[in-house]
Design a protein around this ligand. Structure first.
Ligand SMILES: Nc1ncnc2c1ncn2[C@@H]1O[C@H](COP(=O)(O)OP(=O)(O)O)[C@@H](O)[C@H]1O
Ligand SMILES: [Mg+2]
Length: 345
């Protein structure tokens, strides 16, 4: 039995339809009009214990709505959802004991009291055994560098400090499941790095199951093995990062090191239509669609015209790929031709 099991999970919101301006507001006041928005549209999702899943998609895709249903904050409109044997919204309290949640946009810390007092409240709320609490707090304080602001009210610390404190707070009770909604948004590299290392240590050492939404490729590569992409409320991709690259990252680049500068690259271009060639002294690079050409064909074409001393194939550009996901530019057509066999260099 998976830890998270969603079947046909759906959330519909009623959104007010209002024309712009004062006239629109007045009209809306007298004749209210609404339309239904399917924020999450019949999704099926199974997550096994110990998995770390990146839940990606453009703004408004339905990521936060899904997380809110998983945490029990929102009640689904239809479909079924079971998290570790419970229906989250029916058993909010029990569910809360098993999960840790960090929303990048909102803190769980009490604003006016020193950070450490928020932790102590969490200890009492979750009835964390004193020894466990002391151990966890000690370890997290060290790993996340919390000591310097432990006694300052949450309202007076920086965003990076707040996020680290929030993460600590979410994990003090050793939850099985950690939901992170944009946890590194607006943070600088050093803080991001610290947060990622910390989360990874939880996954590796405690087997914590993580579900993460983020716009940051670094988060994904450091923490997640599996990528689920949601767009317009529907899941459009579910697989590991490698599979994502295989399916969507069609472009490959081969860099050749030449024995001497080429006189002309025209003959090579002629043999490789629709490829992008670039030269710089002894270097020649060819960008090609790997569903059209095999790497071996590119290499053969180049070598028939110039003397090659070495070459290397670039990894697909995941960054560009994820950017496409967020810009909604990802083409969902599966490649019409099967991927050619990879030629070993
Ligand atoms: N409380 C709400 N009432 C009405 N519409 C909502 C509400 N929450 C979210 N939505 C709508 O549902 C869609 C998905 O939102 P959300 O889950 O926040 O997206 P994401 O987190 O992927 O950016 C959006 O179109 C958003 O406007
Ligand atoms: Mg969101």
């Amino acid at each position: 039995m998976p830890l998270i099991e969603a079947r046909g999970l759906t959330k519909k919101f009623r959104q007010a339809v209002k024309e712009p301006g004062l006239v629109g507001s007045l009209k809306h006041f007298f004749t209210r009009q609404y339309k239904d928005k399917l924020a999450v549209d019949h999704i099926d999702l199974s997550v096994e214990a110990g998995e770390s899943v990146a839940y990606l998609g453009p703004n408004g895709a339905g990521k936060s709505t899904t997380i809110k249903m998983l945490t029990g904050i929102l009640v689904p409109t239809s479909g079924s959802l079971v998290v570790d044997g419970l229906v989250p919204y029916e058993r909010r309290q029990q569910n809360a004991r098993k999960i840790g949640v960090v929303f990048g946009q909102r803190t769980q810390l009490w604003w006016d009291i020193p950070v450490v007092e928020s932790f102590n409240l969490a200890r009492d709320m979750y009835e964390i055994p004193p020894r466990r609490y002391k151990e966890n707090l000690g370890q997290f304080t060290e790993m996340l560098g919390l000591a310097e602001f432990m006694n300052i009210p949450a309202g007076k610390i920086s965003l990076g400090q707040r996020m680290r404190a929030d993460l600590c707070m979410a994990l003090l009770h050793d939850p099985k499941l950690l939901y992170l909604d944009e946890p590194t948004i607006g943070l600088d590299i050093a803080v991001k790095d610290r947060i990622r290392k910390f989360i990874r240590s939880r996954v590796e050492e405690r087997g914590t199951t993580v579900m993460l939404t983020t716009h940051d490729l670094g988060d994904i590569e450091d923490i997640c093995k599996r990528i689920v992409i949601i767009d317009n409320g529907k899941i459009i991709h579910d697989g590991d990062l490698a599979k994502l690259k295989d399916t969507y990252a069609r472009d490959r680049v081969i860099h050749f090191q030449l024995a001497r500068p080429p006189e002309s690259i025209e003959p090579i271009c002629a043999e490789l239509p629709a490829c992008e060639l670039a030269t710089d002294g002894l270097r020649l690079s060819v960008r090609f669609d790997r569903f059209v050409f095999a790497a071996g064909e590119i290499a053969a074409a180049v070598m028939s015209h110039v003397e090659v001393v070495d070459f290397r194939i670039d990894e697909p550009e995941v960054e560009a790929l994820i950017r496409k996901v967020y810009l909604g530019q990802l083409s969902l057509d599966s490649p019409s031709q099967p991927a050619p066999a990879v030629v070993e260099a």
